[in-house]
Design a protein. Sequence first.
Length: 260
Amino acid sequence: MWTFISGATGGIGKAFCHALAKKGKNLYITGRSEQKLLALKEQLNSKYGVEVCHFACDLTSKEEREKMLADMSNNSIVFERIVNVAGVDIQKAFTDYTPEKVLFQLRVNCEATVTLTHALLKMRAPKTEIITISSMSGASPMPYFALYSASKAMLTNFFTSLHYELKKSGVKVTTVMPGGVYTREDIKEDIKNQGLWGKLSAKSPEFVAEKSLKAVSKNKITYIPGGFNKFLNFIMKLVPKRIVLNFIAKRWKKQTKDAF
Ligand SMILES: NC(=O)c1ccc[n+]([C@@H]2O[C@H](COP(=O)([O-])OP(=O)(O)OC[C@H]3O[C@@H](n4cnc5c(N)ncnc54)[C@H](OP(=O)(O)O)[C@@H]3O)[C@@H](O)[C@H]2O)c1
């Protein structure tokens, strides 16, 4: 039995790899960089003695996704867990996007996550867990982070529906909505610049991975890591939408970020 992890070479993905390998789980990991995957595979092999398959795959490419699925099929891989982590976070006014970047973000965050889940469900064990890393950014529209937050809202809505569709078939489906997570240097800097708010909201990738695994074992529909973030999510629903959107627009207009 295997666990699939997309975005395994990133901050949250790596934390899932370690949390699961520590429990003796065999992993099928993917990311774009063969070099990063090989280094991670060696580390997991030597530290935990688990089996690790890796496949370098640009998730924006249908052909590459199909090659990865063929590799799984040729190796008769059966999945007991699917962990959808890969995602890109472009932050800028929508009119400043190139057409290529619009598609890039939608393909990684939405198309790849949904089509791979669809394909992997055909290779699943009778009892399977699905974790998808969405974001708290998907809980409200976010001017100047519009496409990212909409892509995460799509994932949250989609996997929430899937939770109900698969409820009686042995598949547990949990969508995780983190606030800030200390992963890349630019994200750590953003969290620092948010001051007390950032400090209260942000969590380590290890915290997110461990707690998400607990949440899916309990078959939670959605899981928000951290008490402050749960509180924030609750409050946001009570405050009039116009006030929330004005606050977000002011706050997010200040900085831009690209992804490659
Ligand atoms: N960090 C946060 O504050 C935070 C908060 C809420 C939600 N999230 C979500 O959590 C997830 C992981 O975030 P992170 O902070 O760990 O990000 P990260 O360190 O940048 O990792 C992103 C992962 O996605 C992979 N990826 C990106 N584009 C890809 C593509 N075209 N094809 C295949 N793989 C691709 C990357 O692979 P490469 O190694 O090939 O680049 C990497 O493994 C994302 O979905 C993000 O939206 C993060």
